[in-house]
Design a protein around this ligand. Structure first.
Ligand SMILES: Nc1ncnc2c1ncn2[C@@H]1O[C@H](COP(=O)(O)OP(=O)(O)O)[C@@H](O)[C@H]1O
Ligand SMILES: [Mg+2]
Length: 314
């Protein structure tokens, strides 16, 4: 059974158990079978359960011809090192179809349904999506970057990928972008304009906001009212844009908890075969009051492929 089929099965089990999942999968057979992954050496990516039709020819053609959109009037332009990303096993534009590409199509569907209002749940700031996990190294940056690439490939969505992990910032290095001013600088100097800090990239419809200049007060800054105002500004000023926060882990730091209070949707990453059940429970306990938490099992095609976790909403 493929990971997606397992997740569909898990979803159905959850639904039977009375858990209010966001959508109704039609049947596992409707999940488009994936071509062999070009990133075959990379561990598995995400699992999800939303059946997803293969894109039509016209959609694909339109994606290829899509022009970069305005990412802020004065955005600097930077180059994401797409060769490096592809070598690391990440999704890049025009990648041949792979299991990872298909899985992220499935992962983004319910998130985008909330952004566009197509889902029945009404939530505040649905375009502000926070990617977090319990501990460092569970794949938050991997998931945030792939989700951003996958959504940026959509016709209707532009994406702002935000490095919001000040203690273990790795997003820019992963993307091959030089360090630059960003979130922390804006929190310290509210007169800075976000447009000057947001970096337009060589990926159409994908912009990046760096975490900015390291600062010992980052935790306090992240928990501050200024941060709330900034996220409010980002969510509303760029209302048509999906904002993905590559956030810190929940357990070792207070920043992620503070951020979770402001994000409209949370994608909680669990690393298959590594994150302990008690750890997951502790983290989910921290998020229990949040209205829209999705759990994503990362690297589930490892030795514990039969793990009971799927991708579902609480
Ligand atoms: N599913 C995956 N497939 C391939 N590499 C992965 C996967 N998940 C994580 N990695 C790699 O594992 C390392 C740790 O993941 P990372 O995203 O940096 O974790 P975190 O942001 O939670 O600290 C990175 O080198 C990342 O590229
Ligand atoms: Mg990270």
């Amino acid at each position: 059974m493929s990971t997606i089929e397992q997740a569909v099965k898990r979803l159905e089990e959850l639904r039977t158990a009375g858990v209010d999942v966001l959508w109704k999968p039609e049947s596992a057979a409707e999940v488009a079978p994936a071509a062999p992954s070009p990133f075959a050496t990379a561990p598995a990516g995400a699992v999800s359960a939303q059946p997803q039709a293969a894109p039509t020819q016209s959609t694909e053609t339109a994606k290829r011809t899509a022009k970069p959109q305005d990412m802020g009037t004065r955005s600097k332009q930077v180059e994401i090192d797409l060769n490096k990303l592809a070598a690391l096993g990440y999704i890049v534009p025009h990648a041949t179809r792979s299991l990872l590409v298909d899985e992220f199509r499935v992962v983004k569907r319910p998130l985008l349904a909330n952004v566009t209002g197509a889902a029945s749940a009404k939530i505040d700031r649905p375009n502000l999506i926070m990617v977090t996990s319990s501990l460092p190294g569970e794949g938050k940056t991997f998931v945030a970057a792939n989700l951003a690439m996958s959504i940026a490939a959509e016709l209707n969505h532009t994406v702002l990928l935000v490095d919001a992990d000040p203690s273990r910032s790795s997003l820019l290095e992963r993307l091959g972008i030089a360090p630059a001013q960003g979130l922390i600088d804006k929190l310290l100097n509210p007169e800075l304009d976000l447009s000057d800090l947001i970096l337009a990239t060589n990926v159409p419809k994908l912009a990046v906001l760096p975490v900015g200049t390291p600062n010992a007060q980052a935790t306090e800054l992240f928990a501050s009212a200024t941060m709330d105002l900034l996220l409010e500004e980002m969510a509303h000023r760029y209302r048509d844009r999906v904002i993905i926060l590559d956030a810190p882990p929940l357990l070792p730091s207070a920043e992620a908890r503070a951020l979770s209070l402001h994000a409209g949707q949370i994608l909680f990453v669990v690393q298959a075969g590594r994150t302990h059940q008690g750890t997951v429970q502790q983290s989910l306990g921290m998020l229990q009051d949040h209205p829209m938490v999705f759990t994503l099992l990362n690297q589930s095609r490892g030795p514990k492929a039969g793990s009971p976790y799927g991708y579902y909403a609480y």
